[in-house]
Design a protein around this ligand. Structure first.
Ligand SMILES: NC(=O)c1ccc[n+]([C@@H]2O[C@H](COP(=O)([O-])OP(=O)(O)OC[C@H]3O[C@@H](n4cnc5c(N)ncnc54)[C@H](O)[C@@H]3O)[C@@H](O)[C@H]2O)c1
Length: 268
């Protein structure tokens, strides 16, 4: 059921790669809730072509942008305002990639060039987006920016390797830029820390299946799905959360606050 939560709002949604992507679900639900938006992803992801189907469904334009390129991001924000006819009300940063994880490098054997890429793609890209938007004054007053993160920023999960550092940096940028953008235009910036979710990025992590099951058994509500994550993101884009900023918000069924569950105790 739609509530018209985003009626009249203009947005930029990054990171929809395929139907499993969290950003894909956000786009479908944002459409249902009355938003108009632009879809963006790295040019290489465009070649896979699936995003065209989503764009048709949402009557959205696609503007390719490598989130590590300031030049691409400048075009993204300029063109989005032209296409949508005004300043941007919400931005979803749903971008993550670690060459070290992709190539199976252990945390004790990281390739440092790849480590830099992990940080650039997964964390510094949020700073780049925000700085470009700030300089162009592209986000409307009381706008909302949400980036997706994972709890490995606070607690160690050995298989998450250098993405743990990337997420810690992402969450720090959220606080630091949240201050400046809050002062400048009352724009809020938050991260949503999501449960393990079956997506291309999620499933690429070693031991994901077992860990998915473990997290599901620990969290009293079970793992949050991508659809539920999208619902939560929409509330953060809506006018009902105007005073929430610079926060890391756990969307994990209670995992982070649970030491151990009865199910896990019994399985030992
Ligand atoms: N899946 C999980 O278990 C989980 C849990 C917590 C947080 N997250 C986070 O959610 C976000 C979305 O991931 P997902 O799980 O939907 O997987 P996904 O693989 O569907 O999405 C990741 C996206 O990042 C994009 N991307 C990679 N490099 C890019 C670049 N240089 N420029 C622009 N885009 C680029 C990819 O094309 C892809 O669309 C990520 O930040 C991820 O870390 C995922």
């Amino acid at each position: 059921m739609a509530y018209g939560l985003l009626n009249g709002k203009r947005g930029i949604i990054s990171g929809a790669l395929n139907e499993q992507s969290i950003a894909w679900k956000v786009a479908l639900k944002a459409k249902e809730e009355g938003a108009s938006f632009v879809l963006t992803n790295a040019p290489i992801a465009m070649r896979m072509g699936e995003i065209n189907r989503l764009a048709e469904q949402c009557s959205a334009e696609i503007i390719p942008a490598d989130a590590t390129s300031v030049e691409d991001l400048e075009k993204l924000f300029t063109q989005s305002q032209e296409v949508l006819g005004g300043k941007i009300d919400f931005v979803l940063h749903s971008i993550g990639m670690s060459p070290n994880i992709r190539k199976g490098r252990a945390y004790t054997d990281l390739n440092y060039e790849w480590f830099k890429q992990s940080l650039d793609v997964s964390a510094m890209s949020l700073h780049k987006m925000l700085q470009v938007a700030y300089k162009q004054d592209a986000i409307a007053e009381w706008g909302s920016v949400v980036a997706l993160t994972y709890m490995a920023a606070q607690r160690t999960f050995p298989f998450y390797t250098d993405m743990a550092e990337a997420k810690a940096m992402l969450e720090s940028i959220t606080r630091s830029f949240g201050y400046h953008y809050g002062k400048f235009r009352k724009v809020r910036v938050n991260t949503v820390s999501q449960s393990p979710t079956v997506t291309t990025a999620g499933s690429g992590i070693g031991g994901f299946d077992k860990f998915y099951g473990f997290a599901d058994k620990i969290a009293p509500l079970g793992n949050a799905s991508a659809d539920q994550c999208a619902d939560y993101c929409l509330t953060l884009f809506s006018d009902f959360t105007r005073m929430v900023t610079m926060q890391n918000l756990f969307h994990d069924g209670g995992f982070v606050s649970t030491g151990v569950s009865q199910e896990v105790m019994e399985s030992l």
